[in-house]
Design a protein around this ligand. Structure first.
Ligand SMILES: [Zn+2]
Length: 278
């Protein structure tokens, strides 16, 4: 049956957000182009190219399965989107694997599912070729004064230098001075000047990359989101992605593990270029 490219283009334009891949169109197009147009400079795929590439991939999937698994219609609908995700993850994994060390200090026990948060972070970053390695996990014993002082961390500014609460957090918590990678602090609260709470904030000071996460307010996605801020650095724009399917959407409440959020191609390129990765 001949491909109805126009119908596929219309479908993909109108359904991308509902199906859940609008934030990952560039990543999908890159994957399909590398898969099916291996020679010559890669140009950004037009909507017609995109639909035709999807149809090629659908046809290929049916051939591999020796049966009709997917309709060859160029439409990236729910079934095709589910089927293409392992391919996307494999393509990302085939890029050179990098490692990021994490040093975790728990000042206040997480009230969200920490194991689920960790599993999700390992999957999310693993899918873009980054292996997270937890090097230390400590529950520091602080004296009473420090416990009180560091219970709620001022989150309105970045690491503001000696004397700030964030700096104190860094100095008082007994992690090896030369510990590599990113430090993660779970605290009882993060305050803002306007009195409202924050789920997490990050520090970008050279040699002191860190995420501070509110153990009480965080969701299972907050760790991955804040780690995203650290790795994208403060000069990446937009800070928050417009799509709720992206892990860098401004709030993590709407995400679900059954339809996990991801990164887009620009974010992946920026993250993978971060010098904290080894
Ligand atoms: Zn954020």
């Amino acid at each position: 049956m001949a491909l109805d490219t126009a119908a596929a283009v219309t479908y993909n334009r109108t359904h991308a957000a509902v199906v859940g891949w609008s934030a990952r169109r560039v990543e999908v197009a890159d994957f399909l182009q590398h898969e099916f147009v291996p020679i010559g400079p890669q140009q950004s795929a037009s909507d017609r190219d995109f639909a035709e590439l999807v149809a090629l991939w659908q046809d290929c999937g049916n051939r591999r399965a020796h049966r009709q698994v997917l309709a060859v219609d160029g439409k990236l609908g729910p079934t095709s989107w589910r089927a293409i995700q392992p391919d996307l993850a494999r393509a990302a994994g085939n890029r050179a694997l990098k490692t990021l060390d994490l040093q975790v200090a728990t000042l206040n026990p997480p009230r969200f599912d920490y194991q689920a948060a960790l599993r999700f972070a390992l999957d999310l970053y693993g899918a873009i070729g980054i292996q997270l390695r937890i090097r230390t996990e400590i529950c520091p014993a602080l004296n009473a004064a420090d416990t009180t002082r560091l219970a709620v961390i001022a989150g309105q500014s970045q690491w503001t230098g000696p004397g700030s609460e964030q700096e104190d957090l860094y100095e008082r918590v007994d992690l090896p001075a030369a510990a590599e990678g990113v430090r993660i602090f779970f605290v009882a609260g993060i305050g803002r000047q306007d009195g409202t709470g924050l789920r997490g904030c990050v520090g970008h000071a050279p040699g002191k990359a860190a995420c501070i996460i509110d153990s009480n307010l965080a969701t299972v996605f907050t760790l991955s989101h804040e780690l995203g801020h650290v790795l994208l650095t403060s000069d990446f724009s937009p800070t928050h992605h417009a799509s709720a399917d992206n892990i860098m959407f401004r709030a993590t409440d709407g995400h679900s593990l059954s339809r996990p959020p991801g990164f887009d191609a620009a974010q992946i390129a920026k993250i993978r270029a971060n010098a904290l990765l080894r």
